[in-house]
Design a protein around this ligand. Structure first.
Ligand code: ADP
Length: 529
């Protein structure tokens, strides 16, 4: 099926009232209409839903939309019913429907009325539904929140792993469109592998949010006072403050109230009535601030959130990006401020210690990345975007001056000769070690792993003993961002030298590095403005 551009524009206007496509929507939609497998990576708010909704409305048959979030499915179904003359244009199929409702849904599909059928992945395992779907015309299967397939995403759901075999049973060559706002290369790879869509055309939008200002401050015992000062300076503006524990949420909300700030708490421990009351108060601007656990935010679309503060360090860069992404949706100012102390990292590590080993290792690897983000002195935007597999020019790129490190750059120093030592240490240990062991090798301290590889007798052992551990950690991080090294996340962070790194070793040139921030205990008395 091929539609020309005018026909496509007309449908967009007719169904959704929009006069133009947003970002990559048009090429995505054309690819889906053509019946090809498609993979869409767009940040939240990028307009993913339309990428399957419009083709579903246009194409013959019913599109199945797999989504893990019942509330969001219901919202979408309501919205679609609002734009169509047919009540049955979209349905949710799930276990809460009674027999006659299921019959109605099936009838609407058979009659060709239903263009979109929303299902949770577990409903799709029901034999009765599978048999029924085998007998009708399906246009394609859209898999929303496709990162749920990967243990490396922030929301792993084992049911997502069975989707491919179920889709195979539904019919031959049913096109698939996977969509996610998670852009890490590892998750991307998992999705393609698990859905078995190696031929899918990839559409990836930029994750750069140039209007967001990123800042990290040391977390001292005065953190609450620092937050109050920040909030008061921004009084009248909407802000979200994330805390790790429910207890801290309630405590901080109260402290803010006592200090004359209009704030409400929000966490999953409140009943749903209280939660929606507080949420509405924030949305309706009866209060400026919501102090919340990560339970707050899914599906919240308040365009003018002016700041997002993290009282505690989040568990991954992914979560940090999602949570800060709620600021400045309208394109206006959005200040993302995180308070960082290594003690919080230890707390998070402790939380994880009860979990299965594989999960713990993944959790720790993700946590190390956010620590690196907090401690880095290079452009924070470049750091985040690099994590998502995206290049960013810290001089010319959009939003280049929008972070604390860019505004107050630390002095750089020549590190070319040390980079040579670093690369030699990685190669000399046969690319078997993580950062920790590489740094020990360079400094010349040993542990069981280093001893078992008989590294102590080699020239590389102790070749960098003139620099402290922090120096080498900083150099490793910057060499990673510069693409000279890569980290094998699947092997929990083993360092490898890239082709560019090998080239550097052959022809060493200048490499300017900035030392990381050191946030230590002395900071407890630091004055933060
Ligand atoms: P995502 O699922 O990627 O987070 P949504 O599909 O919820 O994003 O879309 C985000 C917002 O953008 C919604 O309010 C939607 O109505 C709006 N939107 C989507 N496509 C367009 C368009 N072509 N023109 C204008 N607004 C759009």
């Amino acid at each position: 099926m091929v539609l020309n551009d005018t026909e496509l524009q007309t449908s967009l206007k007719k169904y959704f009232g929009f006069s133009s496509f947003k970002g990559l929507q048009e090429p995505v939609i054309k690819n889906v209409i053509a019946g090809n497998n498609t993979f869409v990576i767009m940040p939240t708010g990028g307009g993913k839903s339309l990428c399957y909704q419009l083709p579903a409305l246009i194409k013959e048959g019913t599109a199945i939309v797999v989504s893990p979030l019942i509330a969001l499915m219901k919202n979408q179904v309501d919205a679609l019913r609002g734009i169509s003359s047919e009540e049955g244009v979209a349905h949710v199929l799930n276990s809460s429907l009674n027999k006659s409702e299921v019959k109605q849904v099936k009838q609407d599909i058979v009659d060709g009325v239903t263009k979109l059928l929303y299902v949770a992945p577990e409903s799709l395992t029901k034999e009765d539904y599978i048999e029924f779907l085998q007998s009708v015309t399906l246009s394609f299967v859209a898999i929303d929140e496709a990162h749920c397939i990967s243990e490396w995403g922030h929301d792993f759901r084992p049911e997502y792993r069975n989707l491919r075999s179920i889709i195979n049973r539904l019919g031959e060559n049913i096109p698939i469109i996977g969509l996610t706002a998670t852009a890490t290369p590892k998750v991307q790879e998992d999705i393609i592998k698990n859905l078995d869509i190696p031929d899918a055309k990839l559409f990836k939008a930029s994750f750069n949010r140039p209007n967001l200002f990123y800042e990290v401050r040391p977390k001292t015992k005065n953190v609450d006072a620092d937050i109050i000062r920040f909030v008061k300076k921004n009084s009248g503006k909407s802000g979200i403050i994330y805390c790790l524990s429910r207890k801290k949420v309630e405590e901080l909300a109260q402290v803010l109230q006592v200090n004359g700030v209009s704030a409400v708490p929000y966490h999953a421990g409140f009943d749903s009535k209280t939660r929606s009351k507080y949420q509405d108060m924030f949305l309706m601007e009866d209060v400026d601030v919501v102090v919340a656990t990560i339970a707050f935010g899914m599906g919240i679309d308040k365009p003018d959130v002016r700041y997002v503060i993290h009282h505690d360090i989040p568990k991954s860069i992914e979560s940090y990006y999602q949570e800060t992404g709620r600021a400045g949706r309208d394109g206006g100012e959005g200040h993302c401020l995180a308070f960082y102390s290594y003690k919080d990292v230890e707390k998070l590590e402790k939380f994880m210690s009860g979990k299965p080993v594989a999960e713990q290792e993944i959790g720790n690897a993700l946590l190390h990345e956010i620590v690196a983000y907090a401690e880095t002195s290079i452009s924070r935007r470049k750091f985040i975007l690099h994590y998502f597999g995206e290049e960013f020019d810290e001089v010319e790129g959009e939003g280049a001056d929008m972070d604390d490190n860019a505004r107050n750059p630390k002095e750089k120093e020549e590190a070319g000769h040390n980079l040579v030592k670093l690369i030699e240490a990685i190669q000399g240990t046969n690319e078997k070690f993580k950062s920790k062991e590489i740094v020990k090798t360079l400094i010349g301290t040993t542990n069981a792993l280093i001893a078992s590889h008989k590294i102590e007798g080699k020239d590389i052992f102790g070749s960098g003993s003139d620099q402290p551990e922090e120096y080498w950690m900083a150099l490793i991080r910057q060499a990673l961002v510069a693409g000279l090294l890569k980290k094998e996340i699947e092997q929990y962070g083993i360092l490898r030298v890239t082709a560019a790194g090998e080239e550097f070793l052959k022809n060493p040139v200048s490499f300017m590095m900035t030392k990381d921030h050191v946030y230590n205990e002395e900071m407890d008395n630091a004055i933060v403005s």
